[in-house]
Design a binder for this molecule. Structure first.
Ligand code: ATP
Length: 346
């Protein structure tokens, strides 16, 4: 693994400390296939007695943006490191970019993927373009100058190519790291908290870049603590807390986890709320939530809302609002993580 030695020796003075960076992407250009980009089957990783993640199964389709969420220590980075062939799983199996995850296939898999670690891991004394040239060399990227040009354009950094990386803001360095991850034209791009520590403007820039990558069909596996980021960018999300707790589209997760409710607010308290709500077939249950606020459990809000409105009008209630409750991905996440806290450590 001569290239990894090269990365380490170059890193003695100015290379940022980062244990993933010297093992990230290698060149790729595999043709498209119909197989899922990632297929993970009962995968587990232990370090001695410590379980990093356990019995994890999921698939990620080609071109999908897949969010991987979980609290600190949930096993997210270890999952990425395992799928990225940096460490071997303890049990279970996986296919990465269509290739079985085995030690013999590591090089093939690395040709098709790229990992952008949380820490950019750049040579700070070198310019942007020197960094990219260095990594292109390291990854043995064919047509390096073309790829460097494309990668710089993809992250809107062509005009900063000769700036020294050490003089760039954190947000710009993150963009250089993304350009580096794109050098190999990966089928699957693993991003480990790409906006961690960035201000809102730099975060928005990275989000826009990810939207652009998605439009180009790159499969993105996005590890993040930012729930609004996952909600905005991801087709589906998985919530990991050592085991996989939930997986699905953000709206599906909300539906699975929370009963649908209608919230009714009236100008003054209803004299007999039970008489209004209890006999409505579309309403499964109700409770008062404040002096003149009523929360109704319903199976289908679109069916219940008109019936509730008619009942309120018949009762001559002064209605201020009838609204369907909305839960964010953050609500889903906190609900699950709170459940885990109640259960205690695994
Ligand atoms: P964070 O969000 O804080 O980055 P994470 O979800 O990425 O957390 P991991 O870094 O994957 O979590 O860690 C999962 C568990 O595995 C933790 O308990 C961690 O201490 C343990 N772990 C990770 N790497 C090693 C290692 N090399 N040796 C021993 N234990 C490890």
């Amino acid at each position: 693994m001569a290239r990894f030695h090269l990365a380490r020796s170059l890193g003695t003075s100015s290379h940022e400390d980062d244990n993933l960076s010297d093992l990230d992407a290698t060149p790729s250009s595999a043709g498209p296939s119909s197989a899922p980009a990632l297929s993970v089957d009962h995968l587990s990783k232990r370090f001695g007695d410590r379980i990093a993640f356990d019995d994890v199964s999921f698939e990620v389709g080609q071109g999908e943006v897949f969010g991987f969420l979980g609290p600190n220590g949930a096993g997210k980075t270890t999952t990425v490191r395992t799928l990225g062939t940096l460490i071997a799983p303890t049990s279970g199996s996986a296919r990465v970019a269509g290739i079985p995850l085995t030690p013999e296939n590591s090089v093939e898999i690395r040709r098709r993927i790229s990992i952008m670690p949380e820490s950019p891991g750049l040579y700070l004394r070198l310019s942007v373009i020197e960094n990219l040239e260095c990594f292109a060399d390291l990854y043995e990227v064919p047509d390096a100058s073309d790829r460097i040009g494309h990668s710089l354009q993809a992250v809107n950094l062509a005009d900063r190519a000769h700036d020294t990386c050490g003089a760039l803001s954190k947000g710009l360095r993150q963009r250089v790291a993304l350009a580096r991850a794109l050098l190999s034209d990966p089928q699957v791009l693993f991003l480990d908290e790409p906006t961690s520590g960035l201000d809102p403007v730099a975060t928005r820039d990275v989000h826009e870049l990810l939207v652009g990558l998605r439009q180009r069909g790159v499969t993105i596996f996005l590890t993040t603590h930012r729930l609004e980021e996952a909600e905005r960018l991801c087709d589906r999300v998985a919530i990991l807390s050592t085991t996989l707790r939930m997986i699905g589209r953000p709206d599906e997760l909300r539906e699975q986890l929370f009963a649908r409710t209608l919230t009714v607010r009236t100008l003054v308290p209803l004299p007999e709320p039970g008489g209004v709500f209890a006999d409505l077939p579309a309403v499964d249950g109700w409770r008062q939530d404040g002096p003149a606020t009523y929360v109704l459990d319903v199976a289908e809000a679109a069916v219940a809302a008109p019936a509730v409105t008619r009942a309120l009008v018949a009762a001559e209630a002064d209605v201020l609002s009838i609204s369907e409750s909305h839960h964010s991905l953050e609500d889903v996440y906190l609900e699950l993580i709170d459940e885990d806290r109640e259960v205690g450590p695994r």
